[in-house]
Every structure is written in structure tokens, then in C-alpha cells.
Ligand binder design. Structure first.
Ligand code: NAD
Length: 349
């Protein structure tokens, strides 16, 4: 796919995702008219980052810690010092190469470094291609809370090459598709049915299926973000599975990946709102996650309604003690309900 999405305040994002798109990166970055670039990357994709840095004649190449541990405020400060040391300026574009942790962190850095510089995201996980690199939310974790510090700022370019996924292990590869399942479950019935058809091919990592699922994810997400960039209403639908999912992720203290937690969160939220979500809707969701080979049962050690409630109340989505979550009342038709200690007890009862 290749599309330019426009937002308020004249910002826009070009999203280009295809097999072989890597070759187009230098030209696409040139079109941003930046003075030069600094590459920031996950160590897991160091050879790719070195190749792209050469192609872009990067001023510097900065590795950042891999995974969720990258999302720390002191990491933003450390990288800002590195940019200063390497002579980066207001005209320097930052190119982030890695999964959602790297794009969340570098998105924040690009927003605050010199009050904002051009930002290019090169997502290297299915989760980042299906969700994290899109929509301009960025941030870091703080005091045990997910994404507590951050802002909304659209990247100028998202360029992803599905060939970059070749080195991603199977489990995170499959879990990334939970973010497209989540969207389809509350937004688009036809996409959900198509995902049910594609699931065996996604599990087998077949490129046409992977590209189709990512394209569906981009289309669903960007339609919502363009209509409600700052999450005043419709964008909340994209948080399905994330109310309990984020609480589980915080409670697990880094022992579970984001995609695993969202899968568990999706099913736990359906159970918590069993008065709104028909059992057959939950069963269809469980079956789709199962055919993607993604576990959705919460480990016994994390079935702690009191601890999860305390974490959910601290989440950004909570307002004045009320904790909204979006659940499917039918496939493709989400509705906002409120989480409560009683509902949490019901989810894990
Ligand atoms: N901003 C948003 O809108 C948004 C949306 C969804 C998720 N997120 C965030 O994204 C993060 C999760 O993203 P993720 O699942 O991409 O995780 P990640 O960035 O932590 O990457 C997962 C693991 O894969 C490794 N990795 C990355 N690319 C690789 C590759 N091509 N080959 C081999 N290994 C590779 C990383 O080193 C890491 O260990 C969470 O912090 C979540 O909060 C943000």
C-alpha cells in the first residue's frame, strides 16, 4: 500500500508498506527535505539498521535498548545527549528502526528534541506494522504505568518492508496480528471474517496474507485516527483489549509481551462485560486467536482483580475514577462500557 493520510494542523503521514519497499527509503526520505538523518534502532535489527544508515548516509547510528525496557524517560535524555554530541540539528530527521517500543520512544524524542524534527518510522515487527507505527501516539512508561509520559505527533513517513519480518520469531510474529483482530472485532465485520479465512496463512507466514492483514490494519486504524486524532471519541475504539491488557502488562512486570496481553485483555474484557458481549461473540474471538496460535487465557498468577483494578484506574483512559473499555456487542460493532471491580471479579471468577 502507498497512501498519504492528512490530519489537522496540516500534518500528514505517508504510509508505504510492501515487500521490497526498502529500496525506496532513500528517495522517500529525500522527499522530506531534511538536512540529514540519524538512525535509531533496536539491536535485534542491527544489520538492517547498518544497511539503511549506509543508504541514507546517516550522520549517526544510535542503538537503543531492545524491547519494552527502551521506553524510559531517562532513555529520551540519553538519546538527546547523543544527538547533541553528534551535531544533530533542527533539520535532522530521526529514522526509527524496530518494533513498537522503538517507535514509541523515538516518536517522543522527535517531538521534544529541538521542539520537533522530522520523523521516519521503519517498523520491523508485525505489531508495529499493524498498529504501533501508525497514528502518532508515542511515549514511555513511568513508575510502573504504561505510556504515562508521551504526546500525539504524526510521523512524516512510515515505510515498512514485510521482508524485514524474516528474523522475527514465530510467537511475536503471530501476536502482532492481535492488533488487527482487535480493530476488526469492534469496527469491521467483513475484515473479521477475512481474518478468520487468512489465519492459517498468517500462521504459516505467507507473504500475501501478511500484506493483506497489515493493509486492513492500516486502513481501519487510519480512518479512525483521521476522524479523531486526539481520542475524543471514536479513537477510543482502537483501545479494545487494552484496558485490562495494559493492566495485565504492568502487573506482569515485563514478563509478557504487549501482543500477548492484548489477546488476554480482549477475552477478559468480553468476560467482564458478559451482560453486553454475547457468548458466541467471545467464542468467535477466542477461536480466531486460537487459529493464530495466540494464547488468550490469563495465567493464574495474574488473575488478581484488586491489583488489576488499581492499575486500570491509573491508566490514561481513566477519568475521575471511571474506567472505560470498548467491547464488541456484535462482531464489528463496539460499544463503550465501564470497567468496575465487580466486572473484573466476573472476568476472573
Ligand atoms: N503507539 C501506538 O499506537 C502503539 C500501539 C500498539 C502498541 N504500542 C507499543 O508497542 C510496543 C510493542 O511493540 P512490539 O511488539 O513491536 O515490541 P518491541 O518493539 O518491544 O519488539 C519486540 C521484540 O522483538 C525484537 N525485534 C524487533 N524487530 C525484530 C525483527 N525484525 N527480528 C527479530 N527481532 C525483532 C525486539 O528486540 C524485541 O525484543 C509496546 O510498548 C506497546 O505499548 C504502541
Amino acid at each position: 500500500m502507498d497512501h498519504r493520510f492528512r490530519f489537522q494542523h496540516a500534518s500528514s503521514t505517508r504510509v508505504r508498506i510492501a515487500a521490497g519497499a526498502e529500496a525506496e527509503l532513500p528517495e522517500a526520505v529525500r522527499a522530506l527535505a531534511a538536512d540529514d538523518v540519524v538512525v535509531c534502532h533496536d539491536p535485534a535489527v542491527a544489520p538492517l539498521a547498518a544497511r539503511l544508515a549506509r543508504a541514507l548516509a546517516a550522520r549517526a547510528v544510535l542503538p537503543v535498548p531492545g524491547g519494552e525496557q527502551a521506553k524510559r524517560w531517562d532513555e529520551v535524555g540519553r538519546l538527546a545527549s547523543e544527538l547533541l554530541r553528534h551535531g544533530a540539528s533542527r533539520g535532522t530527521a530521526l529514522v526509527a528502526i524496530g518494533g513498537g517500543s522503538v517507535s514509541d520512544l523515538i516518536g517522543l524524542l522527535a517531538s521534544v528534541w529541538m521542539r520537533g524534527v522530522p520523523l521516519v518510522l521503519c517498523p520491523t515487527t508485525t505489531l508495529a506494522l499493524c498498529d504501533a507505527a501508525l497514528g502518532g501516539k508515542n511515549g514511555v512508561d513511568h513508575d510502573g504505568c504504561k505510556n504515562l509520559l508521551g504526546c500525539t505527533r504524526q510521523p512524516d513517513l512510515v515505510l515498512g518492508d514485510v521482508d524485514w519480518l524474516a528474523t522475527l520469531p514465530d510467537a511475536p510474529f503471530r501476536e502482532g496480528f492481535v492488533e488487527v483482530v482487535k480493530k476488526a472485532a469492534v469496527l469491521d465485520r467483513a475484515c473479521f471474517a477475512e481474518l478468520e479465512r487468512l489465519a492459517p496463512y498468517l500462521r504459516a507466514r505467507r507473504p500475501p496474507a501478511v500484506t493483506e492483514a497489515i493493509t486492513m490494519a492500516v486502513t481501519m486504524k487510519m480512518a479512525v485516527v483521521q476522524a479523531d486524532e486526539h481520542e475524543r471519541d471514536r479513537r477510543r475504539w482502537l483501545n479494545a483489549g487494552h484496558t485490562i491488557g495494559h493492566a495485565l502488562e504492568s502487573l506482569a512486570g515485563g514478563t509478557l509481551r504487549h501482543g500477548q496481553c492484548v489477546a488476554m485483555g480482549l477475552i477478559a474484557e468480553c468476560r467482564a462485560a458478559a451482560d453486553v458481549v454475547p457468548a458466541e461473540v467471545r467464542h468467535r474471538l477466542e477461536a480466531l486467536l486460537g487459529s493464530l496460535d495466540v494464547a488468550s487465557a490469563v495465567p493464574p498468577a495474574l488473575r488478581d482483580p484488586a491489583a488489576l483494578w488499581a492499575l486500570a484506574r491509573q491508566d490514561k483512559k481513566a477519568r475521575q475514577g471511571r474506567v472505560p473499555m470498548v467491547v464488541p456487542r456484535a462482531i464489528g460493532d463496539g460499544v463503550v462500557v465501564e470497567l468496575s471491580p465487580e466486572r473484573l471479579a466476573q472476568a476472573f471468577g
